[in-house]
Design a protein around this ligand. Structure first.
Ligand code: S3P
Length: 427
């Protein structure tokens, strides 16, 4: 993919369904009794990995390709079957970690793996709490990473306190807690995305929350539901940035999920001077969404850290791009988690933005970006990380000359139609 500077963005765009909510819809529907109908499901590679894994676990799932419509014929909490192959989670950390929580409690054993990136990501963070619950879970290479071998076992409820806010860890523990012999609680240092708590409750699970503690009591059966997935704010973030940065822009991004545990990008962008208006705010099954009107604005640097970080963790690459074009210095701190995402996002952002001429420094837990210099096009190495590729597609719209994104097809992990939508707005 090659991209050039553009003069304005105009029009309306509808981003695809939320990735986190799409994963959970298929997982929880598989464990529910009856047929759940899901609409606006994200047909990105990660969520297709979740469908593939649950099909291999004996669940009948009908996907109408291109329509975002999925019917899941759930078989109840104890209806999964032993798969006849290794489960392949592809590039998806959410699939691997949440599934591990569920599989820890089954009466069969499974081997789980994924692509080269997933095999480098830390799994000790789920292995430790799940083992405390009684799970038999081992890293095949004994390096704390996938492939994982899980031998299902009876589980006991625990109260686990996490060191880092992570919805994947919290959700893995809560899902194991569905099968434990007593109450299971997870306390986080600050609140991570709460889609699991909201949707598990919708399916009938006994989930309660207080502050940064989520608790689940076993014993309830889950019942099929209709789920409409809101648009993904993490995908909307690229257009929020692009329309803010490119002069003379005005766009409408329709049907974007604005759950408060996910919408930190709105706060951070507004702190930088972005002009974002929310219209048509509504709530469906506990998840709020809105249409976003974004107009170009003069941006300035800001500080991003603390409890805001989990609410915009996946948006830090695109926020770094905004910071590169904003006047003044932006400091991102408390974000060491960026090192263990699909790529080391601190190093990869620093390396590539510097190649384009940006004054940027990597720190142990973030980045310091001295913005406002003109950037020039370059060849970007996205390390097959979808969020890096999309972030630099936006940077390209503001840079002098041509930007080349080899391997840009990785955007299909979370947003298969990204370049088509971007080109439409820029023309
Ligand atoms: C996700 C949680 C976050 C996020 C990831 C999706 C989820 O990861 O970065 O893209 O769906 O629960 P962590 O829980 O590891 O922070």
């Amino acid at each position: 993919m090659k991209l050039q500077k553009t003069t304005k963005l105009r029009g309306t765009v509808t981003v695809p369904g939320d990735k986190s909510i799409s994963h959970r819809s298929v997982m929880f529907a598989s464990l529910a009794e009856g047929t759940s109908e899901i609409t606006n499901f994200l047909e990105g590679a990660d969520c297709l990995s979740t469908i593939d894994c649950f099909r291999r676990l004996g669940i009948s799932i009908r996907l109408q390709p291109g329509m975002g419509k999925v019917s899941v014929h759930g078989r109840g909490l104890h209806g999964l079957k032993v798969p006849d192959t290794t489960l392949d989670t592809g590039n998806s950390g959410t699939t691997l970690r949440l599934l591990s929580g569920i599989l820890s409690a089954q009466n069969f054993s499974v081997r789980l793996t994924g692509d080269a990136s997933i095999q480098k990501r830390p799994m000790q963070r789920i292995m430790e709490p799940l083992s405390q619950m009684g799970a038999q879970i081992a890293s095949e290479k004994e390096n704390g990473c996938a492939p994982l071998f899980i031998q299902g076992a009876p589980l006991r409820g625990i109260h686990y306190t996490t060191r880092t806010a992570s919805a994947q860890v919290k959700s893995a523990i809560l899902l194991a807690g569905l099968y434990a012999d007593g109450i299971t609680k997870v306390t986080e240092p600050c609140l991570s995305r709460n889609h699991s708590e909201i949707m598990l409750r919708l399916f009938g699970a006994d989930v309660s929350t207080e502050g940064t503690t989520a608790a689940i009591r076993p014993g309830r059966t889950l019942t099929a539901r209709k789920i409409h997935v809101p648009g993904d704010i993490s995908s909307a973030a690229y257009f929020i940035a692009a329309a803010s940065l490119v002069p003379h822009s005005e766009i409408c991004i329709q049907n974007v999920g604005i759950n408060p545990t996910r919408n930190g990008i709105l706060q951070a962008a507004k702190a930088m001077g972005a002009d974002i208006t929310l219209e048509n705010i509504r709530t469906d099954n506990g998840e709020a969404s809105a249409d976003l009107i974004v107009r170009s604005a003069a941006l300035h640097g800001t500080e991003i850290g603390g409890s805001l970080i989990p609410t915009l963790i996946d948006e830090l690459p695109i926020l770094a791009v905004m910071a590169a074009f904003a006047d003044g210095t932006t400091v991102i701190r408390d974000a060491a988690e960026l090192k263990v995402k699909e790529s080391n996002r601190i190093d990869v952002m620093t390396e590539n933005l510097r190649t384009m001429g940006c004054d940027i420094e990597a720190t142990p837990d973030g980045m310091i970006i001295r913005g406002g210099r003109p950037l020039h096009g370059a060849v970007i190495d996205s390390h097959a990380d979808h969020r890096i590729a999309m972030s630099f597609a936006v940077a390209a719209l503001m840079a002098d000359g041509e930007t080349c994104l080899p391997g840009s097809e990785c955007v299909s992990i979370s947003y298969p139609g990204f370049f088509a939508d971007l080109h439409r707005l820029a023309n």
